[in-house]
Design a protein around this ligand. Structure first.
Ligand code: TRP
Ligand code: SF4
Length: 367
């Protein structure tokens, strides 16, 4: 049995096939890939490694049926990371294929688990997190935003659903229960069902594997809740972006190996220049034997984030293996691309920030 995934902790994941097995996911394979119209980069390259009931979303896309996409932002630090970027790329894909997107600010979760006041959470979300999501590609015109604390229907439903999960089941899914964790989980389960409150429909939630307990809990609760015939949520799971030093997941606790969004464009390149590669000790040796792109963080950055064109990526792969390119020039290329990404992000962010007052943020009567 692998480590339990704890949404509030950090566990390294080394073997994604084990995760699929232990957590009741389906593998994201050629078969499902073929069914998705114009799959995005993360899908084509199997950075998306697992899913739940994605067939249902494929059916909605292909047959032009109504469906929704939902994701949440924790308004804690004023930094995003490359995992958030992947979530938004997935939201964007489904949005472009006819889904209605919902993005919530998890201000009750940040209040319960990080002691961030609702006022602070609101300020941060409006001045940073929401414009940042838009800068990453979310279409603001087609997105509905809400704050957990202001969504009375979500809060009421979290209370109503509370008897549908026993403490023992909770423990099996999430580890040791605590009041803040329980409140946050019930709220998140309710968030995931929110797009179905007025009318049941397929909903897809793109997440990293750390959020899988919430999806499993939601699917368990839906089965027991008889008043409404909610459709169990679908999910896609993408891999973590490895740390530049080669460990499995980027973590803020190791700033030299962590790329946050945004980051000073003039400095971010330096970090990439120090990334762990799959190169050899000497240039002579590498020319002779070739490098190992499969074990190279720089290549992983190209694959997950920096190079859109599959042919270009393949060329690098082959040139690396054939000893035709060396790590120095390769890292330089990654550094330049990352610099460009940051410049582009900052520009889009400034523009999005000026337009926050035009967003569709749900207002509720909470009194
Ligand atoms: N727990 C999520 C996080 O840590 C935030 C979140 C709240 C969320 N509700 C959600 C994510 C619903 C996806 C779907 O970032
Ligand atoms: Fe990685 Fe590029 Fe070096 Fe190959 S040449 S090991 S892809 S940095």
């Amino acid at each position: 049995m692998a480590e339990r995934i704890d949404p509030w902790g950090s566990v390294l994941i080394e073997d994604y096939s084990k995760i699929i097995e232990n957590y009741g996911m389906e593998s994201f394979d050629e078969k499902i890939l073929k069914k998705l119209p114009k799959p995005n980069r993360l899908m084509r390259r199997f950075v998306v490694f697992g899913h739940q009931n994605l067939e249902r979303i494929v059916d909605a896309i292909v047959n032009k049926k109504e469906f929704a996409i939902l994701t949440g932002i924790m308004p804690s630090s004023e930094k995003l990371h490359l995992g958030n970027k992947m979530v938004i790329e997935m939201v964007k894909y489904f949005q472009e294929h006819g889904g209605k997107a919902f993005v919530l600010v998890a201000d009750l979760e940040s209040l319960a688990t990080r002691d961030i006041s609702l006022e602070d959470a609101e300020k941060r979300a409006l001045s940073f997190h929401i414009p940042a999501y838009i800068a990453l590609g979310l279409d603001p015109k087609k997105t509905v935003f809400y704050f957990q604390s202001k969504n009375k229907r979500v809060r009421d439903m979290s209370v109503e659903l509370s008897p549908r999960l026993t403490i023992n089941e909770y423990r099996a899914l999430y580890g040791e229960p605590s009041a803040p964790k329980i409140i946050s989980s019930l709220t998140q389960i309710s968030d995931i069902l929110f797009p179905q409150f007025d009318k049941v429909k397929p909903v897809v939630v793109p997440v990293g594997p750390d959020q899988s307990p919430h999806l499993r809990a939601t699917r368990d609760v839906v089965r027991r809740y008889k008043k409404v015939n909610f459709i169990p949520p679908s999910a896609t799971y993408h891999k973590f972006t490895p740390s530049l030093d080669g460990s499995m997941k980027m973590s803020k606790s190791n700033p030299k190996s962590f790329i946050s969004i945004p980051e000073d464009p003039s400095k971010v390149g330096k970090k990439l220049m120090s990334a762990k590669t799959g190169g050899c000790e000497t240039i002579e040796e590498q020319k002779k034997k070739g490098g190992k792109p499969d074990e190279c963080i720089v290549f992983e950055m190209f694959k997950q984030h920096l190079i859109e064109d599959d042919n270009e990526l393949n060329d690098i792969y082959k040139s690396c293996k054939g000893g035709k390119i060396m790590c120095g020039e390769c890292k330089k290329k990654a550094a330049d691309l990352m610099k460009k990404f940051m410049e582009d992000f900052i520009q889009k962010f400034d523009k999005a920030k000026k337009n926050v007052d035009k967003l569709n943020i749900l207002k509720f009567e909470c009194e």
